[in-house]
Write a protein that binds this ligand. Structure first.
Ligand code: ADP
Ligand code: MG
Length: 447
């Protein structure tokens, strides 16, 4: 067994903790003296010799956690340790692969890879030697003098990997590294990376990979931390003991994917309490961030669920596979249907409610009417917009009337997206209209 293999095979050695987070909290101040809690009580340990996946929905705080963990931003409170010492600035011995590749367009492949070593003060000849080594390892041999724009997305991300590997980091952090790539390219790159890892050829000890793709996590990781949102917390940990290469069609693989779906559809006690509060008291919950899901997607999913193939109830992983959607695309639609009481999610299934079945069986006008009723009942923001318009003699109100109120409870971007969702749902339901040019809500031709 070679030295590198030994480094990656720790069955006989006691794995040392590389990263240790305990009780980490991250809070961003908002304009109005309130706070956005992004991470709450996050604890995790990454040891040598493992690939750990951090699986969570978009906006759950995964990138923030990577920034805290690598010392790029300080946590609000809690303990962040790297190799047994407290982290107080950017850590040496970690490097990051970004979803967006983050290459310098004016530098060649070789120069883009070398740049990581410059900061470390490595002499020029040594930089070149190591960069070429990393480029060869990751399958970019012959592209040293190409510019990023001359490369495909997959090749660009290989440059991203080479740049991270060239510093021989102990821990390689990857922030959704495959999600900007097409399906086939992403799979090739995943497989190449895992092969290199298994063969002990990567000059690293561990990988922490952030992803919103359940199958990707099961395919690659030794351990998956399920990260839940609002605020971000590690809600569960799952060990993946399947040998590599892993087969997505294998029964045990499918079972793990199913289990993870089930855990991700579980409501936390806080969410259950919130649901009861909203059920009991329609009219609260203006601070809810709404996903910008089109009514076409909603009715499309309801229609799909109503087909004989599903009979009103579908297993989420199966449905995702049929529709070729990722959890990050499918979940927000199903959740919106749940919010509007057209469907329910539980134990990894999504099921139409009676209202959902009725919607599917109705003609377009009845659908709109029913949608308007549900919108006004279960989406307090939509009800409030309608009420304000009814009360004003002009029956008009500017966008800012509502965006400013929402910004007291959420980020500017979330407020914008939430209002955009309300606008498109309100228009479909003919509950209110919106004049883009004037930037005004109105009650004229709400359709
Ligand atoms: P993810 O990577 O899981 O998609 P992020 O860590 O990027 O999530 O963001 C989590 C939440 O924190 C989001 O609501 C985002 O708007 C908010 N956020 C991220 N960075 C900042 C910042 N610098 N200031 C204020 N809010 C932020
Ligand atoms: Mg992110």
């Amino acid at each position: 067994m070679s030295l590198l293999e030994l480094q990656n095979n720790h069955s006989s050695l006691a794995p040392a903790p590389l990263v240790d987070l305990a009780g980490v909290r991250m809070v961003y101040p908002k304009g109005d003296n309130t706070e956005l809690v992004v991470l709450d009580n996050v604890s995790l340990t990454i040891r040598e010799g493992e690939i750990v996946g951090l699986l969570g929905r978009s906006g759950s705080g995964k990138s923030t956690l990577l920034r805290v963990l690598s010392g790029l931003v300080p946590a609000t409170s809690g303990s962040v340790r790297w190799r047994d010492a407290p982290v107080s600035g950017p850590c040496e011995g970690m490097s990051m692969v970004f979803q967006s590749f983050a290459l310098f367009p004016w530098l060649t492949v070789l120069e883009n890879v070398e740049i990581g070593l410059e900061a470390l003060g490595v002499p020029a000849a040594e930089r070149r030697r190591r960069a070429i080594e990393a480029i060869d390892l990751i399958g970019l041999d012959g592209f040293e003098s190409a510019y990023p724009k001359e490369l495909s997305g997959g090749m660009r991300q290989r440059v991203g990997f080479a740049r991270a590997l060239v510093v021989h980091p102990r821990l390689m952090l990857m922030d959704e590294p495959f999600s900007a790539l097409d399906v086939l390219t992403a799979e090739t790159l995943r497989t190449d990376l895992i092969d290199l890892w298994i063969e002990g050829r990567l000059p690293i000890k561990s990988i922490l990979m952030v992803t919103h793709n359940i199958e990707e996590a099961v395919l690659m990781c030794d351990r998956i931390l399920i990260f839940s949102s609002n605020p971000g917390r590690v809600a569960a940990e799952i060990k993946i003991e399947l040998p590599h290469p892993r087969d997505r069609d294998d029964l045990a693989f499918r079972q793990l994917v199913d289990d993870i779906y089930a855990r991700m559809t579980q409501r936390t006690p806080a969410e259950k309490a919130e649901k009861r509060a909203v059920d009991g008291l329609p009219g609260t919950g203006i601070n809810m961030v709404l996903p910008h899901i089109s009514t076409n997607l909603m009715s499309g999913l309801m229609e799909e669920l109503a087909t004989p193939a599903y009979g009103g109830k579908a297993d989420l992983p199966e449905l995702a596979a049929t529709l070729q959607m990722e959890v990050d695309e499918l979940f927000p639609i199903a959740e919106t249907l749940q919010l509007l009481r057209f469907a329910e999610m539980a134990e990894g299934d999504v099921q139409l409610t009676d209202a959902g079945r009725q919607f599917v069986d109705s003609d377009i006008d009845t659908r709109k009417q029913q949608f308007a009723e549900h919108l006004a009942t279960y989406v307090p923001l939509a009800a409030m917009i309608r009420r304000v318009l009814d009360e004003r003699p002009s029956h008009r109100a500017p966008f800012t009337r509502f965006s400013e109120e929402l910004e007291d409870h959420m980020s500017v971007a979330d407020a914008e997206a939430t209002l955009r969702a309300a606008i498109s749902w309100g228009r479909y339901a003919e509950l209110f209209g919106y004049d883009e040019q004037a930037g005004e809500f109105n009650l004229e031709n709400p359709a």
